[in-house]
Design a protein around this ligand. Structure first.
Ligand SMILES: [Zn+2]
Length: 107
């Protein structure tokens, strides 16, 4: 069973629960996912601490909304937020890294 395959994405109001094929599950806030978006628009804004703080503050001011989730091939998901960035494709391995680094382990 792979640690880099997302098997479930459960949307809460401010955070989601991600479950992976290897049985691990994590709760991660949308703020964390959004501030680590890898799209062409958001990624350059994570290059240094100052820009990252600005990005986080900007996202924190947006309304908290559940994203629309659609699968991208067998390797990722696209999350569409009604406000702010909606083009980010999040690979499973990237999501797993976010989970390990910032998530709350639910095991
Ligand atoms: Zn983005």
């Amino acid at each position: 069973m792979s640690r880099d395959v997302l098997s479930d994405f459960e949307r809460g109001d401010e955070s989601c629960i991600m479950r992976f094929e290897d049985g691990a599950s994590f709760r991660v806030s949308y703020l964390v996912i959004r501030s680590n978006c890898q799209c062409a628009k958001c990624k350059p804004r994570q290059q240094n601490e100052q820009r990252k703080i600005e990005l986080e503050e900007e996202i924190a001011r947006l309304m908290l909304e559940k994203p629309r989730v659609s699968p991208v091939g067998r390797y990722g998901i696209q999350l569409e937020w009604p406000t702010g960035c909606s083009s980010g494709i999040h690979s499973f391995s990237h999501l797993r890294e976010i989970c390990e680094e910032h998530g709350q382990n639910l095991e």
